[in-house]
Design a protein around this ligand. Sequence first.
Ligand code: SAH
Length: 348
Amino acid sequence: MNPNLLDFSLEELKDFISSVGEPPFRAAQLWQWLWQKGVTDFADMTNLSKTFRAKLGEEASAILPEVAEVLTSTDGTIKFLLRMSDGELVETVLIPEPTHYTQCLSTQAGCAMACTFCSTGTMGCARNLTHSEMAGQVVVARNYLRDMQMESKRLRNLVFMGMGEPMLNMETLIKSLRTIHDDSGLAIGARRCTVSTVGIPGTLEEFGRHDMALLAVSLHAPTQELRERIMPKAARAYPLDQLMDDLRTYPVRPRERVTLEYVMLRGVNDSLGHARELVRLLSRLKCKVNLIAYNPGRTSLYKAPQPEDVTAFSEYLCSKGMTCTLRKSKGQDIAAACGQLANQSQGS
Ligand code: SAH
């Protein structure tokens, strides 16, 4: 099989170009076509010589995830069901904000962590996504916005909060972030990227050292016992006191914070008592809390919290001086909201 040029880093593309006997500047041109312009048909790369284009056609390929289905929510959220070349299905979501789009990216086909409240967790994990599949999701979304003439709002922010556990696909995550940041690549800066993780032992230090995206950690409970009930696999593998120790030494820039995500589940982790325990747990940590009201999904184990409990919880955190935001749920009608990504197409 011809190599997929979208799986290469810029360095690897340069090596490939020299291996086929072309001058180095060809690599930069090709890289811009692929990542900046979103063009994958070599014939359309008009500043490359005809013979070079023909050679590429014989010796290489440029394959993006294929759009199998697009669903648009009444609130403007757009969900893409993507089919990978081996048939695996993955979802990515474009979330409209007042001035821009935020894209939610997947890092694996499915997820092995099996958190009890998350639909993706019911699928198991088929495999890690490749570089062309991870960073390629951004190209697919940009091409869609261009084709639909919806570019008045730019795709500006990325959150790695779709299917999968990013830290279990670290190598490709870092390689993809490099392509995403590259000025002649996707040109989305590190401060506009957030990676969310349940916390995988031994990965935070490495991720922090790269300094290539902001960190969000899915906490969801103030105690080890409750966290083990809600997300048994993640919590047992990485006991809460160890996770907290590692977060206290996690490198953050002066005005930045690690985000702690907290999905509120009615009657499970949403009382004022839990809020008090949470304040105690986080007292010595530079962080902000992002509350997310549970979105119903495949698992019917839980209910969404009562609005007044969400308000009371968040007001308590604020009264204790914590920075706390409430994530607005978008795309629920097309199962595109947090925790709802499970490859259901419209008919099913
Ligand atoms: N595996 C990583 C990346 C996925 S992020 C992680 O868990 O952090 C997915 C986000 O959606 C997490 O913050 C997760 O806790 C949240 N989520 C999952 N299921 C949800 C649900 N049913 N309702 C609301 N949020 C949910």
